[in-house]
Design a protein around this ligand. Structure first.
Ligand code: SIN
Ligand code: FE2
Length: 214
């Protein structure tokens, strides 16, 4: 029967071999996810970190979980403590962990248990240039990435920086999972367009779940 009041159910779109977009998959949990992000940021604020090359990143970052990813003059690394504050990262909320595990399984990667969650905050103009996620020990484990708030264009390419890229718009509640043959694909985010989102205001947030250590 046609239900005029139900919202469109999530759907999935293949992106590449081993990579899929679970459209709107986090939409129902989005308010709770954002409240948890706010709690995490109250304990360990977002910072614009400085790359080893001395550049201030346009994306502001924090982390939760046993390990957090960050960058400073020494390089890119996972650590138990934030080198900016010396404090351990806030714990990973159970909802985050469950969502990452379930979505990884939906994409075909069973037994994914993240030990790190990088939280990126994009303001208008913020971008992430093409890069590979390769600081993790076990590359058989996928990456699970949850988008909240303002939409952004995600680039997804091949194994070389110069390879052609697909461009897809990631919207509020979309989840991308990539692993297996896609695990080391270059990817990035084009400069965020200004806007106002009812839940996140002038920002886009992205939660990236990883298994940093075996
Ligand atoms: C990342 O590559 O770490 C984040 C991608 C995104 O913000 O969607
Ligand atoms: Fe990445």
């Amino acid at each position: 029967m046609l239900d005029l009041f139900s919202e469109e159910a999530p759907w999935s779109e293949p992106l590449a071999e081993g990579a899929v977009i679970l459209r709107r998959r986090a939409r129902d949990e989005a308010n709770t996810l954002m409240a948890l992000v706010t709690e995490i940021a109250a304990k360990n604020p977002f910072y614009h970190r400085i790359t080893p090359g001395g550049h201030r990143m346009s994306v502001a970052m924090t982390n939760c979980g046993d390990f957090g990813w960050s960058t400073d003059s020494r390089g890119y690394q996972y650590s138990e403590r934030d080198s900016m504050t010396g404090h351990r990262w806030p714990g990973m909320p159970e909802l985050f962990r469950q969502m990452a595990t379930i979505c990884a399984a939906e994409a075909g990667f069973t037994h994914f248990t993240p030990d790190a969650c990088l939280i990126n905050r994009y303001e208008p103009g913020a971008k992430l240039t093409l890069h590979q996620d390769k600081d993790e020990q076990d590359l058989t484990q996928p990456i699970v990435s949850v988008s909240l708030g303002l939409p952004a264009v995600f680039q997804f390419g091949g194994f070389e920086r110069g390879d052609a890229t697909q461009r897809v718009l990631l919207e509020h509640g979309d989840i991308v999972v990539w692993g297996g043959p896609s695990r080391l694909c270059y990817h990035g985010i084009l400069p965020l367009k200004p806007g106002l989102h009812p839940l996140t205001g002038a920002f886009r947030y992205n939660l990236t779940f990883r298994r940093a250590f075996r």
